[in-house]
Design a protein around this ligand. Sequence first.
Ligand code: SF4
Length: 283
Amino acid sequence: MNDTLLTVADHRRDQAGLNYVYPVLSRRARGVSIGVNLNLNRACNWACVYCQVENLRRGAPDAIDLKMLESELDGFLDEALRGDYLARHVAEAEYRRLADIAFSGEGEPTSAAEFSDAVARVAAVLERHHLKGRLPLRLITNGSLIHKASVRQGLATLAAAGGEIWFKVDRGDAAGMLAVNKTSSTPEQVARHLRLAAKLAPTWVQTCWFARNGIAPDSAAENSYLELLLQVADVIQGVHLYGLARPSHQPEAWELGRLGVEALADWGQRMTQKTGVRVMLSP
Ligand code: SF4
């Protein structure tokens, strides 16, 4: 591995010189988040307008080399836990800790044919390093493939390893989903998939809220989102509400604008008032 310093502003996925495993410094988690990227070809079944992946394309990942994935994670954890990786790559002493492991890459992780096996490999490495239940394990997903039995098998394995699901829901109506995520999902489908996910593992909704062409989401967009949230309020852990964190690399990037912290906080409060769901804000 090279000697590049990790910074909160730079989330490039090639800094450790590995293929599937990429450490990033997370201000929110106050430490090093270990990403597992199953989509090396930058292919996703969605095309969210705010997506940070450069040269994103539609599709599914190439075959995963599970042996390589496992050995990269194993080696990285060795370096981080027993070597001097954190001292060499993290400037601020208070950030020299591992924050989590997240399946979160350059495309939808559950679209990998080997998704379930990949989760099992990661779980085995966690066990080997005595990190099960100590280092949070997360799946960041758009939730669109949860109807597939093989994906649900992966979620069950994730849950057995103490993991949780962060399920992307950016808008609550079909037109909004098409405009933001370029998917033909429907609110009914999303609610159904959220319920399936929550049955298998602790599930958070993850929502990105932003202005487009200078206009914030209107009350109709808020109401449809709240309606969807109400349908799953009894099964989810809460909502992670995000603003635009890093620049989009999609053609629509120039249309997107950040909302003020107060506007996002007010929206989060309205969500809690109307649905009873707790909201964690990351403006
Ligand atoms: S689901 Fe994730 S990887 Fe896929 S386009 Fe959206 S933000 Fe990008």
